[in-house]
Design a protein around this ligand. Sequence first.
Ligand code: ADP
Ligand code: MG
Length: 255
Amino acid sequence: MSSSPSSGSSPGGPSMISIKSVDKHYGPLHVLKDINLEVPRGQVVVVLGPSGSGKSTLCRTINRLEPIDSGEIRIEGTLLPSEGKDLAALRADVGMVFQSFNLFAHKTILDNVTLAPVKVRKKSKADATTRALELLERVGIASQKDKYPAQLSGGQQQRVAIARSLAMEPKIMLFDEPTSALDPEMVNEVLDVMVALAKEGMTMLVVTHEMGFARKAADRIIFMADGAVVEDTDPESFFTAPKSDRAKDFLSKIL
Ligand code: ADP
Ligand code: MG
């Protein structure tokens, strides 16, 4: 959403996410294999692939929830920090929404959204509250602001989780199967919020099994299998003319 010019020599500045030659193992398991990915500002990347292919691990390395063995990851040109204060700043820049909503159960909806901006971004309580109310309005939850998470439906809680991430004014939003834990009738209310965010120009990386969303909102599809990026193409090409047998097999099972 930010249109401020970024530093860097290339036109439009550095990639928002730059992943170069990244490898990662869990013990003997080679979970990310030579991953290379440049995501320009405003691009919406949908990551598809069978269970266990490394999609969540990839997401988690981008905001350094998981370390990598080799290679490098940069956010808007800046190498990922390994620890400390810089890491907190990075996590504020890179919002992440998980399958489980992870709201603070003992805090109201409004407090859930104002907490981190006050603590991490050092916003005043008043400014944080004004912004939180705007965001809750945007995700259609403003009237629930004084309730506690358990009083909301799963779809409402996930919309609060998105508002809470946005309250940090992130440069990038990562979504890891944000609708997988929801009852079917609540999936669209969350996807609608994500489509709106995509249209506003947010740089997004979305792991999902929602093919309707992938076709509608993705600028680019990354298909992973066994820890590697097997296809990297536009949605039209991926869905109508997948090149690899792995992708053909994947699509035959879900479409
Ligand atoms: P996906 O999100 O595509 O289903 P994951 O990134 O969660 O895949 O997992 C990739 C592989 O790494 C799987 O084989 C999984 O069992 C394994 N894995 C994930 N997290 C860990 C961990 N913390 N320790 C060991 N193995 C893990
Ligand atoms: Mg996963």
